[in-house]
Design a protein around this ligand. Structure first.
Ligand SMILES: C[S@@+](CC[C@H](N)C(=O)[O-])C[C@H]1O[C@@H](n2cnc3c(N)ncnc32)[C@H](O)[C@@H]1O
Length: 289
């Protein structure tokens, strides 16, 4: 969906009770050369503060980054950079009750009955698909917008779909506000309000797909829109008891397509919000079989 199809971003945010952050109005705009220091907490905070970010949240971001490293939820230099450049607090700011809790381990309530996934899960899912610059990535389940924000630091071709239309509009408005503020990497994100079960055919095929809602099977349209050689990460299983799978699609010399699956948590159950279904313009039930 094109950005201009939504009502004014400020109006949507005001209607959602948005509380503007109290810190710098603008930051140094994004560039692919931005390289946050990873040697010490003090150096990282000094660097981020010079860019125009809030030192308190920068400290929390650093501390969560250290926990992600210890837990082996993040490991590549590109994903580390994406984590360190992403202001989770801005994506939590849509709900004043969770605004200051953006760097906690847990998922957080963002309204509309859905959640912003926790940073450990997002770190691992992002790192597993190993996005390279230039690749096309599709996310199903925009939610708060923070997952696609990480991916926008990895490639300029990020597509994200959200089924709850007012939430899709609220997050689109937030991206627009953040772009104005200097987070120009969010220009890399194309958004759409739709049922993500069917993917985004006209934008595909995709090198990588990341699904952030739980379902009991891999949607055939998503597998079909994944390139041969591509990777998908998706929570699969019964309601509230999914396992997070990395699905690899490969093409043999004879042209035959095969897929393989690997559990990125070695069997641990990770509950996700349901992969719901649109019936006309209403959400009705789920896509579970
Ligand atoms: C765990 S939540 C949000 C995750 C999000 N990536 C984040 O970090 O904030 C999953 C999201 O998937 C959305 N969702 C559920 N079913 C969907 C569908 N069929 N198509 C698109 N989005 C869907 C939910 O509305 C919810 O916003």
């Amino acid at each position: 969906m094109k950005r201009r199809t939504f009502v004014s971003g400020a109006a949507v945010l005001a209607a959602a009770g948005f509380v503007p952050p109290a810190f710098a109005a603008t930051i140094k705009p994004y560039s692919w050369d931005l390289t946050p220091p990873t040697d010490t907490r003090d150096n990282f905070i000094a660097w981020g503060t010079a860019r125009g970010e809030d030192p308190v949240f920068l400290g929390q971001r650093w501390d969560r980054f250290q926990a992600l490293l210890r837990n082996k939820d993040i490991w590549s230099a590109a994903t580390i950079r994406a984590f360190l450049l992403t202001p989770r607090e801005e994506f939590a700011s849509v709900n004043p009750a969770i605004y200051k809790r953006a760097y906690e381990h847990n998922f957080l309530d963002i309204g509309y009955g859905v959640t912003m996934s926790g940073p450990h899960l997002q770190g691992r899912m992002t790192n597993v698909i190993d996005v390279k610059r230039g690749e096309k990535v599709l996310e199903i389940g925009t939610g708060s917008g923070v997952q696609a924000a990480y991916i926008a630091n990895l490639t300029e071709n990020t597509y994200t779909i959200e089924i709850i239309a007012p939430l899709a509009a609220r997050t689109r408005a937030l991206y627009d506000k953040l772009i104005d503020k200097g987070y120009t990497e969010y220009k890399h994100i194309k958004t759409k309000a739709a049922d993500g079960y069917y993917g985004w055919e006209e934008a595909g095929p995709f090198d990588k797909i990341i699904v952030t809602c739980g379902i009991d099977h891999v949607p055939p349209p998503l597998l079909q829109q994944l390139k041969a050689g591509g990777l998908m990460v998706i929570p699969v299983g019964p309601p509230g008891a999914q396992r997070v799978l990395k699905v690899s699609k490969t093409q043999g010399a004879d042209g035959s397509i095969t897929t393989s699956r690997e559990d990125i948590y070695g069997g641990k159950i990770v509950p996700f919000v349901p992969f719901t279904k649109l019936d006309g313009d209403k959400i009705a039930g789920t896509h579970n079989r």
